[in-house]
Design a protein around this ligand. Structure first.
Ligand SMILES: *Cc1c(COP(=O)(O)O)cnc(C)c1O
Length: 430
């Protein structure tokens, strides 16, 4: 383990004055955390190599969260600054001028998506914050039939009603059909309801599909609606010069969900909601609790970012991501993403003309042996023999198919070869 051996307390003192008292210094070093956990893992019978760098980050991260939560600048100044800096960098990568805008780290993509719906409602109907939903007409949200269920859940939880979340039809590759969006907006207007929000998914959970953001943005502009891009899963592709074209038009979005804890391999949890308009997040959520957010503090209280959140105390999600970014660099993340997509391509090339397989579509991530119970049976055998594991599911008219997701940059072509050999070995006994 190539981690330096200074005592942990010194690092933390540098990072956050809130833990700088000697009493809060931990009596061991990063090195000793690593090795004692290593020993534990060996005692548990695990191979030492299983202590990956990300697990080590998670360990450090847990230690930090014991020491400090994050509500205000005075409680966790360095984490607040790290968060600001990282969000700005992410907004720059999205393509918003000078990385201006707003955002916050949330407990996951589902919550980030929920934030987007809340902010959209606040943008167009700010009085809902004080007067409730009766201050607005009947509001309607639009999202792909293949989108993540959290959009519908947000509709239900925030009082829109799941019936006011309209599902959009998709083409053969699982992408929203823009003409269907426009037709459904017109239909809703005809009924006297208010079309508020469109979610475009960039990397859908099952098909890995990218909705056509530019065409959807044109429609949102025409009808004065909020455009959210759910890049929870696909967001990492923004780091790749080779693949970011799939996000073409993302800079036109009003908000973007991006989960570093998915394809980029940051340990759970690490998700950001990024917003183009500055200040709107605080406008939407702040309650100005007098015991935390006093306006007459001696420092610039715009650093008290905690009141933008729907939570009070928050987990420090930023540190591990910041560390990883420092360690790998943007280029490192790019290589990670490119490698995962290269492996998907490798898998696709290997099986597209192979006997016994049928592609669900001409994509790179998914394939299926075409008989109803084949995938579940093979998966059950995989688990019993303990060799490998891969998810499956049915979709629409399609019977159960394997849904292969590659997000581990340590995976090799030989792992893909093994997977296919294993499917065929186990499938022989069916
Ligand atoms: C995983 C996923 C989510 C939910 O993210 P969590 O962090 O698990 O809450 C939302 N949208 C898409 C497209 C996803 O793939």
């Amino acid at each position: 383990m190539e981690i330096e051996t200074k005592p942990l307390c010194c690092h933390l003192c540098l990072l956050s004055p809130s833990v700088s008292t000697s009493a809060s210094c931990l009596p061991f070093s990063l090195h000793s955390i690593g090795s004692s956990t290593l020993k534990q893992e060996i005692d548990l019978g695990l191979k030492p190599s299983y202590l990956s760098p990300t697990q080590l980050y998670e360990l450090i991260d847990s230690c930090i969260n014991i020491l400090t939560g994050r509500f205000t600048y005075e409680i966790a100044p360095v984490f607040v600054l790290m968060e600001q800096l990282t969000l700005k960098k992410m907004r720059e990568i999205i393509g918003w001028p000078s990385g201006e805008g707003d955002g916050i780290f949330s407990p996951g993509g589902a919550i980030s998506n929920m934030y987007s719906v809340m902010i959209a409602r606040y943008k167009y109907f700010p009085e809902v914050k004080t007067k409730g939903m009766s201050a607005a007409p009947r509001l309607v949200l639009f999202t792909s039939e293949h989108s993540h269920y959290s959009i519908k859940k947000a509709g239900a939880a925030l009082g829109f009603g799941s019936e006011n979340v309209v599902l959009l039809s998709t083409d053969e590759r699982g992408r929203v059909i823009p003409a269907d969006l426009e037709a459904k907006i017109l239909d809703v207007k005809q009924k006297g309801y208010h079309p508020l929000f469109v979610n475009a998914t960039a990397g859908s959970t099952v098909y890995g599909a990218f909705d056509p953001i530019n065409e959807i943005a044109d429609i949102c502009e025409k009808y004065n609606m909020w455009l959210h891009v759910d890049g929870a899963w696909g967001g990492g592709l923004l780091m790749s010069r080779k693949h970011r074209h799939k996000f073409s038009g993302v800079e036109r979005a009003n908000s973007v969900t991006w989960n570093p804890h998915k394809m980029m391999g940051v340990p759970l949890q690490c998700s950001a909601i990024l917003v183009r308009e500055k200040g709107i997040l605080a406008g939407c959520n702040s309650m100005c609790a007098g015991y935390l957010f006093q306006p007459d503090k001696q420092y610039d209280v715009s650093y008290d970012t905690g009141d933008k959140a729907i939570q009070c105390g928050r987990h420090v999600d930023i540190f591990k991501f910041w560390l990883m970014w420092k360690a790998k660099g943007t280029v490192g993340f790019e290589q990670h993403i490119d490698k995962c997509l290269d492996l998907s391509q490798y898998l696709y090339d290997k099986i597209r003309n192979r006997e016994g397989y049928e592609m669900v579509f001409e994509g790179v991530m998914f394939y299926s042996p075409p008989i109803l119970q084949v995938a579940p049976n093979i998966k059950a055998m995989m688990m019993e023999s303990g060799t490998t594991m891969v998810g499956y599911q049915p979709q629409g008219q399609k019977v159960n198919f394997f849904r292969m997701v590659i997000s581990n940059p340590a995976a090799l072509q030989s792992d893909i070869d093994f997977l296919i050999d294993e499917i065929e070995r186990l499938g022989r006994d069916l």
